[in-house]
Design a protein around this ligand. Structure first.
Ligand code: CA
Length: 234
């Protein structure tokens, strides 16, 4: 069954453009042009994902998100204005799953949609199989988000909050190469003034606590692209 995506965006041209691209990709799409109607639609439970603009008539996007999160955990990607760093931070704090800055390349939006939907189906599979809580795994390495616990072959690894978030993001996207910019956006939540080398620094921290200690190479560099976590034996 096709994923249904709700577009809450008052700029008709943008909404129409996104709608056509989504239909082309095989999704179903529904448009709403104000926050109030958008919230009602989003709360209906009929959607796999919501694209939410911030500047909206009736109710702004932040308020829509805040109210929506009282009753629903449907994935939300915020559409933010360029350089509105505070919007991005606030959106992620309010429970948005990702954000994209306008104007955006449609390919980037589609990639983010795929990623969020994949993460979602992974999580629900997990729940369906009744695995012990939310354990993510790569080889002998396991991470439990609810217990905030990382282990290698049963040995606990102490990580700082940021290291934990970075590892968590890599594991959610296991076998998928993520660029520094993607990691920065997902882990640090905003553009960080283009300082993507902060990602390299934290990758080094993780390697020194995991790969070097246990003599493995799970966290891999893909030259010119970014990083991926993978276990060659899986
Ligand atoms: Ca708008």
């Amino acid at each position: 069954m096709a994923d249904r995506i709700l577009i809450i965006e008052d700029e008709e041209k943008i909404a129409r453009f996104i709608e056509l691209e989504l239909l082309h990709e095989g999704y179903e799409a529904v448009k709403c042009s104000d926050g109030r109607t958008g919230l009602q639609q989003a709360e209906s439970g009929d959607f796999s994902l919501v694209l939410l603009d911030i500047m909206l008539p009736e109710l702004n996007g932040m308020e829509v998100l805040r109210r929506l999160r009282r009753s629903s955990d449907v994935p939300v990607i915020m559409l933010t204005a360029r350089d509105a760093v505070m919007d991005k931070v606030a959106g992620l704090d309010q429970g948005a799953d990702d954000y994209i800055t306008k104007p955006f390349a449609i390919e980037e939006l589609l990639a983010r949609i795929r990623l969020v939907l994949r993460r979602r189906s992974y999580n629900s599979q997990d729940a369906g199989h009744n695995t012990p809580d939310d354990l993510l795994r790569c080889g002998e390495l396991t991470l439990s988000e609810s217990h905030h616990e990382v282990k290698y072959a049963g040995t606990e690894i102490e990580l700082t909050g940021r290291e934990f978030d970075l590892l968590n993001t890599l594991l959610i996207n296991k076998n998928i190469v993520l660029s520094r910019e993607q990691l920065l956006g997902k882990v640090w939540g905003y553009d960080y003034m283009g300082e993507t080398n902060v990602v390299d620094v934290y990758i080094r921290y993780l390697r020194s606590k995991i790969d070097e200690v246990f003599g493995i190479s799970l966290i891999q560099t893909v030259r010119g692209i970014g990083y991926v976590i993978r276990d060659e034996h899986e």
